[in-house]
Design a protein around this ligand. Structure first.
Ligand code: 13P
Length: 249
């Protein structure tokens, strides 16, 4: 049995003063919920407030990005050891918005993944096709390429903590959700790629999340799919009631 991860990606939303009120409302709604792993990934500047508000709770705090070097002259960047030093446990890597708007390539994703694993962070590696690729029948090729390049030169032993998120770009923030079957098909393919890179046993325990317009109304059907090991939630995670409803699907 793979324990599901329900993770929030707040993207570039909420100021630090909005963090505590969110947790004050959210934590009682998920108190003693241990069926799933819960993680919230706020913007960097909100992380200290989230760590404080989530202290001694069942909610882990993640970041949405990190640099691939351990330190150095990279103006404006944040590295994994800084995250680790303040108590962050999870980090999203290769989100499609980073790929789309900030030029993040498969090779950069691979570099970041290696460092996150080396530091002992739990990386949530995002893959997913854009609409044109799906319509051109290229979904499988794209997912294969993204996985192969992200997993390059990493051993199964090192990758043990890795989580993958399948986020079809056409479903992000659009209100369009992949059907549970579409998501499951993609997850089977990602799992097969993980098996090629890391072995069958590794692939069997790998958690693959679905992301793209997950809402309280569709969470149950998605989570019922045995291939779907959790959710990465954007818009619907900004409201404590709605994110709690997803956690408790
Ligand atoms: P939405 O849930 O807003 O579609 O965003 C999904 C996502 O990108 C999570 O990382």
């Amino acid at each position: 049995m793979r324990k599901k991860v329900i993770a929030a990606n707040w993207k570039m939303c909420k100021t630090p003063d909005q963090v505590q009120p969110f947790f004050r409302e959210f934590l009682p709604l998920v108190a003693s919920h241990d069926r799933d792993e819960i993680a919230i990934c706020p913007p960097f500047l909100d992380i200290p407030a989230a760590l404080e508000a989530g202290k001694d709770s069942n909610v882990a705090i993640g970041a949405q990005n990190m640099h691939w070097e351990k330190e150095g002259a990279y103006t404006g960047e944040i590295c994994g050891s800084m995250l680790l030093a303040i108590g962050v446990t999870h980090v999203i890597i290769g989100h499609s918005e980073r790929r789309q708007y900030f030029g993040e390539t498969d090779d950069v994703v691979n570099l970041k993944l290696k460092v996150a694993l080396e530091l002992g962070l739990i990386p949530i590696v995002c893959v997913g096709e854009v609409l044109e690729e799906r319509e051109a029948g290229l979904t499988e090729d794209v997912l294969r390429r993204q996985c192969l390049r992200a997993f390059h030169a990493i051993s199964g032993k090192k990758a043990r903590k890795m989580v993958v998120a399948y986020e079809p770009v056409w479903a992000i923030g659009t209100g369009k959700t992949a059907t549970p079957q579409m998501a499951a098909d993609a997850h089977v393919l990602i799992r097969a790629e993980a098996a090629k890179s890391f072995g069958e046993e590794f692939a069997e325990q790998l958690r693959i999340l679905y992301g793209g317009s997950v809402k309280p109304e569709n969470a149950k059907a998605l989570m019922a799919e045995s291939e779907i090991d959790g959710a990465l939630v954007g818009g619907a995670s900004l409201d404590p009631k709605s994110f709690a409803a997803i956690v408790r699907y």
